[in-house]
Design a protein. Structure first.
Length: 429
């Protein structure tokens, strides 16, 4: 029998209680290419995960082993001690090695809980470099794990899943809050607010369902019958994002104080995301072609944004006299803009400009809306925004292009001369 690898950080419940809560597991090397990890999900809630890496191909496999015995006594099945987790990890390492060698036996290891399925799913997404993993995991931990975490996948039913989906759509939206002190917004009152909550519920369900489908694809005895027929809310994603008029954009820029003023200006001239703008350095601006290169985007792909003459002049001025690796849009202290540094100056600028309060992302919508209303093809706009297709652009901005369609048809079609002019005026009843 293989000996247990001791580790004073993970050996006992007392030792693990001293670890900082974080999403990245605390890893212990069992052997070459074989590791066991402990992830803290809360003050008294942790779980075990195994990671296997093939030495030849470099292929990685992950497996959720079960909950740690932080709050409950270990039972060797769903709740595991450190020793039990290692034993279960070794079984996984053996199966993973056989799969790499060509033995495609994906039989299940026994009853699976929803929490185990979700851990497996997110580990797989992280391994393949999936986008938005952190945001999706945060939503799942808040809205799925507390309700379904300890439930066996085999116990899920269409009825209870639909009831849960309806409940989270009716619940008030969560606010960004301090750890352990979750706060909520007011309950949805208007039709648009209700639509927004339903759209949010759909996004959470899409992630949850994808995890369940991933489990069904990897375990022969799992049926997708319970969730296959569960449908999200229909026609709730066609949000019409707010945007600023040209006059409002000018007022906002003039009311903003430097260096936030330059950040707002760049957003209106590029449609780039807040994080993308904060990472721009001088070498990303190409004066010859009049473009700004976004090296790291939400989609994981780089893109070049074509600038207008005004945008070209703005970036040329911002980059003048700076080194290639200097930030184009630094804060006043020279540091990059942080995750929430824009919220307060944006609110203050809107108030000073006497325009309706809005968030920084509305500047991206303003850029896109302006292009749509000027008849720019949606595929071009999608390319500028960094979308892989035109679906999102059509969904959010398609309604704005209707006026362009009307003007284009009427202007181009002209008169055929087949209708005789008269002076008859209709009378409304």
């Amino acid at each position: 029998m293989a000996r247990t690898i001791r580790n004073q950080t993970l050996d006992t419940v007392t030792a693990r209680a001293k670890l900082r809560v974080r999403r990245e597991p605390y890893w212990v090397k069992i052997a070459a290419g074989r590791q066991i990890g402990y992830r803290r999900l809360g003050v008294r809630r942790g779980s075990w995960i195994a990671k296997y890496r093939d030495k030849d191909s470099g292929a990685r496999s992950y497996k959720a082993l079960g909950a740690a015995d932080d709050a409950c006594d270990a039972d060797g099945s769903d709740v595991l001690s450190y020793d039990q987790a290692q034993k279960k990890a070794r079984e996984f390492f053996g199966r993973a090695a056989r799969l790499v060698a060509g033995d495609d036996d994906r039989s299940t290891d026994g009853p699976l809980t929803v929490a185990a399925v979700l851990t497996d799913y997110f580990a797989w997404r992280e391994a393949k470099g999936g986008k938005s993993v952190a945001a999706d995991r945060k939503s799942i931990e808040a809205l799925v794990i507390p309700v379904w975490g300890d439930v066996l996948v085999s116990k899920l039913t269409k009825r209870n899943l639909e009831g849960w989906l309806s409940a989270i759509a009716k619940a008030p939206a969560r606010k960004r809050s301090a750890a352990g002190k979750q706060q909520y917004r007011k309950p949805a009152g208007t039709d648009d607010e209700k639509r927004g909550r339903q759209a949010s519920a759909n996004r959470v369900w899409a992630t949850f369902k994808a995890a369940l489908n991933y489990a069904a694809a990897n375990h022969r005895d799992i049926s997708d019958e319970a969730w296959r027929a569960v449908r999200g809310f229909r026609e709730v994603s066609a949000a019409r994002p707010g945007y600023l008029s040209d006059q409002e954009s000018l007022l906002l820029v003039n009311a903003s104080a430097s260096p936030f003023k330059e950040l707002v200006t760049a957003a209106l001239l590029t449609g780039a995301r807040y994080g993308e703008l904060g990472r721009l350095v001088v070498r990303n601006f190409h004066a010859e072609s009049g473009t700004v290169e976004i090296r790291k985007s939400k989609s994981g792909k780089s893109r070049s944004i074509v600038l207008s003459a005004e945008g070209r002049a703005f970036f040329a001025r911002q980059c003048s006299g700076r080194a290639a690796d200097d930030l184009i849009l630094p804060r006043s202290d020279g540091c990059p803009w942080g995750k929430a540094n824009q919220a307060r100056p944006m609110a203050e600028a809107c108030k000073a400009a006497k325009i309706k309060a809005t968030n920084f992302h509305a500047l991206r919508h303003t850029y896109a809306s302006r292009l749509v209303m000027r008849g720019v093809p949606l595929v071009v706009i999608a390319s500028q925004l960094g979308h892989t297709g035109i679906t999102m652009v059509e969904r959010h901005y398609g309604h704005l292009s209707q006026s362009f369609v009307v003007d284009a048809v009427r202007g181009a079609f002209g008169d055929l001369g087949i209708v005789t002019a008269d002076n008859i005026v209709g009378i409304r009843s």
